[in-house]
Design a protein around this ligand. Structure first.
Ligand SMILES: [Zn+2]
Length: 166
C-alpha cells in the first residue's frame, strides 16, 4: 500500500514535469480524432454549444424510440469521447471506431496515433496498433534469443578455457 502510494506520487510528479509537452501531444490526439470521426454519426453536424459534433448514434438510431435523442462526440483533454443519450454508451475514440466502423478502421486510427509520435499504448486511452505490438514482441523475442546465444557461447568458452589447454 505504502509503495503504491509512493510510486503514484512519483508518477504524478513526473506528470507535472512533462505536463506542457503532454498537453501538446493531447492536441495532436484531438486532431487525429477529428479526422477519423468525420461522418461517423448519422446526420452529423458541428455543435456550437460544446465544440464537438452532434448527430444520431450509429448503434441505436434505427429504432423509433431513440430517434429524438442525440449522440455526441465531445473533445476532452485526452481526446474525443462518444456518448449516446439513448443507449447511454460512452466510448473513447478507439472503441467507438472499433464498435461502429470495424476493427480495421480502429487499427488505422491507432496506427495514425503511433505515427504521430507514439501516442498510444501504456498511459494513453488507445492501445498499440496490432502491427506495432507484433513488431515489439518480435524484437523482444530477438533480444532474448541473442542473449541466450551469447550466454551459450560464454559457457562454451569457459568450458574450453577450463578443460582444453593448448
Ligand atoms: Zn445509441
Amino acid at each position: 500500500m505504502h509503495n503504491k502510494l509512493t510510486s503514484w506520487r512519483q508518477q504524478s510528479r513526473l506528470h507535472c514535469l512533462h505536463s506542457s509537452s503532454k498537453s501538446e501531444l493531447n492536441l495532436k490526439v484531438l486532431e487525429i480524432d477529428k479526422k477519423f470521426l468525420e461522418s461517423t454519426l448519422r446526420e452529423q453536424s458541428h455543435s456550437q454549444l460544446h465544440g464537438g459534433w452532434i448527430g444520431k448514434c450509429p448503434y441505436c438510431a434505427i429504432s423509433d424510440k431513440t430517434k429524438k435523442k442525440q449522440a455526441y462526440l465531445t473533445p476532452r483533454e485526452t481526446g474525443y469521447v462518444f456518448h449516446c443519450c439513448a443507449c447511454e454508451i460512452t466510448q473513447t475514440t478507439f472503441h467507438f471506431l472499433a464498435g461502429s466502423q470495424g476493427n480495421s478502421k480502429a487499427q488505422d486510427y491507432a496506427q495514425a496515433r503511433w505515427d504521430a509520435g507514439e501516442l498510444c499504448g501504456g498511459g494513453w486511452n488507445c492501445p498499440l496498433p496490432q502491427k506495432v505490438r507484433k513488431h515489439l514482441l518480435n524484437e523482444k523475442e530477438q533480444r532474448r534469443l541473442a542473449y541466450r546465444l551469447a550466454d551459450q557461447q560464454r559457457k562454451e568458452e569457459n568450458y574450453r578455457r577450463k578443460y582444453c589447454t593448448d
